[in-house]
Design a protein. Structure first.
Length: 439
């Protein structure tokens, strides 16, 4: 390689670094496209060959997101077998308190980002088919939305954290943020397979912060594969590992390998519990005090929410109409499940050892279905939730929008007699037409 060529490449790399530091969308496209690439390995190779910082900084993959205290963002990294903690500075977040959320009384949400999948593809210089949004979290003080995103698939995918700023997408520049990480031991071998996919896909399924600890669920390479880690934060060398077991009524068996898919930690009646939902949606209760280092714990299955489906998100909210707390579980192939939170501690465990039972069981018999089609959902405040969802009238498009709590329904998307200008108005929509909420 001659001196001119080397100088040209160095100048190109320098220019791209400057563009990335400036956070320019068009510059990021230049840094990642050259031209649009189809594979994760080729994307990573091109960036590294050009001397550019990876958009994901120390991340090898970007999965589950969770905000802790003091602006700390936790990120599950399956490929890197670690949980990362990024201590965001004030300059890393932008207040969204002036963003219009919608008309609460009239059940009218707002579109925050139209075609977010298309805009991410443009940001990363690729096509929609090469973009995956793995999780979404809201930084509550600023009301800013953060997403974990990957371009490409498999171990070579390029990871990034993307935030929404007044409808625009911005890259969170992780290289300049104070960072620590904790390695997750006993990761599944990259070559180990389930029947349809690699085991490593489930190495880290969820990350939650509670009372000074990070709780990580997933599978290990051990005989009892379903594992829960308790990691004190700030990170040190200490880590507690429990293996967990459940009775799965729909399958008619005890299960020690299928992982917790979504978890929620909540103190009720003065005692902390971990509630979990698995694939094929059994709802399980664990007492937090039993999840000690080296323990093998069998949880109480307190509900069977429906067979043949998988949980997407698990959260609690307070209904502003009856002031009760509810558990909400969104599910991939059917309506979301709503269960009164007070019932979670009093529900009796489902009997073990019985035959296969496909019907809803336990708290699943009294659950209320809610019309939520979201791929990701997070509670913004007592009146509004944020969703990433396929637009029901243009199913090819992925949007970010708002839904009012507690009905999680957007009146703009439906057909009703009330939509006629001179039609009936039993809910007094017209009286509240100009009322707007902000974040």
């Amino acid at each position: 390689m001659d001196h001119t060529t080397k100088s040209g490449m160095a100048e190109e790399a320098r220019a791209r670094r400057e563009f990335l530091r400036a956070g320019s969308t068009s510059a990021l496209m230049l840094a990642l496209s050259r031209p649009a690439l189809a594979g994760g390995e080729k994307a990573r190779a091109d960036v590294e060959r050009g001397g550019l910082p990876r958009p994901g900084g120390p991340l090898r993959s970007a999965g589950a997101l969770e905000f802790g205290p003091d602006n700390v963002l936790f990120v599950g990294d399956i490929t890197g077998a670690a949980v990362h903690a990024f201590a965001l500075k004030d300059s890393d977040v932008t207040s969204q308190l002036d963003v219009e959320m919608g008309n609460f009384h009239n059940f009218e949400g707002r579109d925050l980002v139209l075609g977010v999948d298309q805009k991410l593809a443009a940001l990363f210089g690729t096509t929609v088919g090469n973009i995956v949004i793995n999780d979404m979290a809201i930084h509550q003080p600023s009301r800013q939305i953060f997403m974990s995103v990957e371009r490409g698939s498999g171990p070579g995918a390029m990871a990034a954290i993307v935030k929404v700023n007044h409808g625009k997408l911005e890259l969170l520049e992780l290289d300049g943020i104070a960072h620590s990480k904790m390695a997750i031991p006993n990761e599944p071998d990259q070559r180990a397979m389930l029947e349809f996919e690699p085991q490593q896909v489930y190495a880290i399924t969820d990350v939650k912060y509670y009372n000074g600890e990070v709780f990580v669920t997933g599978i290990s390479n051990q005989r009892f594969a379903s594992t829960l880690y308790r990691i004190p934060y700030p990170f040190s060398s200490r880590l507690s590992t429990s293996t967990v077991e459940i009775w799965h009524p729909t399958h008619g068996e005890f299960e020690t390998r299928a992982p917790i898919v979504r978890q929620l930690i909540r103190e009720m009646d003065g005692r902390p519990y971990l509630f979990a939902v698995y694939g094929c949606t059994p709802l399980v209760r664990f007492q937090l005090e039993e999840l000690k280092d080296g323990a093998h714990v069998r949880g109480d299955t307190i509900g069977e929410l429906g067979y043949g489906s998988n949980p997407l998100d698990m959260l609690t909210y307070t209904d502003p109409t009856d002031h009760k707390d509810y558990l909400l579980v969104t599910i991939d192939v059917r309506s979301a499940s709503r269960i009164e939170a007070a019932e979670l501690t009093t529900a009796k465990p489902e009997p073990t050892g019985g035959p296969i039972d496909f019907g809803p069981g336990g708290l699943g018999r009294t659950q209320r279905d809610l019309p939520i089609r979201a791929e990701h959902i997070a509670i913004l405040d007592p009146r509004w939730a944020v969703v990433i969802w396929r637009h029901p009238k243009t199913s090819w498009r992925l949007d970010i929008g708002t839904l009012m709590v507690p009905y999680f329904f957007d009146r703009r998307l439906g057909m009703a007699e009330m939509n006629w200008p001179n039609g009936p108005d039993p809910f007094h929509y017209r009286e509240h037409r100009n009322e707007i909420d902000h974040a």
